[in-house]
Design a protein around this ligand. Structure first.
Ligand code: P1T
Length: 385
């Protein structure tokens, strides 16, 4: 198949999703097997044991690599599993620069696990000057970027900042979870590695936990695969199959998420009980122009500050009906959460508040339901506070 010539909405359906050669089954089989029979010791068809490789996972990796325009993809059992592999692939004692606004679990693994192995520094990656200064003085091995950030939706200039990382011989990683491969392609902007929590938009149906990384660097890919094989966080064949299935509608879903999110953001921006709306697709977003330049869309995540205190935030979150009060994001159903108490609770309060994660801050993952229903739901809950 001429993979390179395909456009995104075709790739999600046809790359890795090709019919089964043996039976013609239009849907790829789930190779629900732990091991593979060998003809003679060491003589096999490329598969030995499912922790190492599995044909269903291979198909998913093929599709993901093509979506990020990468040579290599590696799938693991969670986004944090992938983060662990990348961080373990660095020599002991490496200096790591990480954005100061990242998913709470990313912050936690850096400050409670990898702080014993590496030297971790948090910086404001949205400021290229601060990045260059840190690269110059700290000489890091790795620059970790999340853009847009979780939950403040801050935007880092990937092209500019990854070029700086190259200049100072640091590898750059972009956590692309919020945009998905549909709206943003960090490798084409200069990043060395792109990773996702597949739990979110890539799978899109809130029924799989998974992670993936894509790169054009064979050495990095092989190092991370070897670590995965040695440490064990491989994804099950069934979960890989579900993501392969979820990916088929990624282009459709992302368009729908974005359409709804823009309407919801505009509605909230005009609501008297809302103090501030943060959405990269609003002209009021400080990095609207940068977002427009490096992303082909603005996604489905919105962060708001309510007029009021923790009590009011809790009341609002208890009153929504269609928006489910739950951690996670990127599924077809709308979710809503309180980062300070939920997803970012492992960040110390002072650090959290410095970033802007306050008690009146609420994060929405806008789903693909009918948008009038979503707006009604938010309007009704806002009336109560
Ligand atoms: O949950 P897991 O698949 O291990 O992925 C971790 C992760 C990594 N990067 C980003 C940007 C993320 O948002 C996450 C997980 N985030 C949530 C569970 C959340 O509700 O924000």
């Amino acid at each position: 198949m001429a993979k390179k010539k395909m456009n995104f909405a075709t790739k999600v359906i046809h790359v890795g999703g090709h019919p089964d050669k043996e039976t013609g089954a239009i849907m790829p089989p789930i190779y629900q097997t732990t091991t593979f029979v060998q003809e003679s010791p060491g003589k096999h068809k490329g598969y030995e044991y499912s922790r190492s490789h599995n044909p269903t996972r291979t198909r998913l990796e093929e599709c993901l690599a093509s979506l990020e325009e990468a040579k290599y993809a590696l799938v693991a059992a969670s986004g944090l599993g992938i983060i662990s592999l990348i961080l373990h692939s660095l020599p002991k004692g490496s200096t790591i620069l990480c954005g100061d606004d990242v998913y709470g679990g990313t912050y936690r693994i850096l400050t409670t696990v990898f702080n014993d192995i590496h030297d971790i520094h948090f910086i404001n990656t949205t400021d290229p000057k601060e990045v260059e200064q840190a690269l110059k003085s700290l000489k890091p091995k790795l620059l970790w970027l999340e853009t847009p950030t979780n939950p403040m939706l801050k935007i880092t200039d990937i092209k500019k900042v990854t070029a700086l990382a190259k200049k100072y011989k640091a590898l750059s990683v972009v956590d692309n979870t919020f945009m998905s491969s549909y709206f943003q392609k960090p490798l084409t902007l200069g990043a060395d590695i792109v990773m996702h929590s597949m739990t979110k938009y890539l799978n899109g149906h809130s029924d799989v936990v998974g992670g993936c990384m894509m790169t054009n660097n064979k050495t990095i890919h092989q190092k991370c695969w070897t670590l995965q094989n040695s440490m064990g966080p491989s994804q099950s064949p069934f979960d890989s199959w579900l993501v392969l299935r979820g990916l088929k509608t990624l282009a459709l879903r992302m368009e729908a998420h974005q359409k709804n999110a823009l309407r919801v953001a505009r509605f909230l921006e005009s609501h008297p009980k809302v103090e501030k709306v943060i959405y990269p697709g609003l002209k009021s977003h400080p990095d609207y122009r940068l977002a427009k330049k490096q992303m082909s869309g603005f996604g489905g995540m919105i962060t708001i500050l309510l007029k009021g205190d923790l009590k009011k935030s809790k009341k609002f979150l208890e009153k929504v009906k269609l928006f489910a009060l739950a951690e996670s994001l990127g599924g077809v159903e709308s979710l809503i959460e309180h980062p300070a108490i939920m997803t970012h609770h492992s960040i110390p309060k002072v650090v959290r508040e410095e970033i802007g994660i306050l008690d009146n801050l609420v994060r929405l993952s806008v789903g693909v339901e009918d948008c009038d229903d979503l707006i009604d739901d938010l309007d009704n809950a806002l009336k109560v506070i």
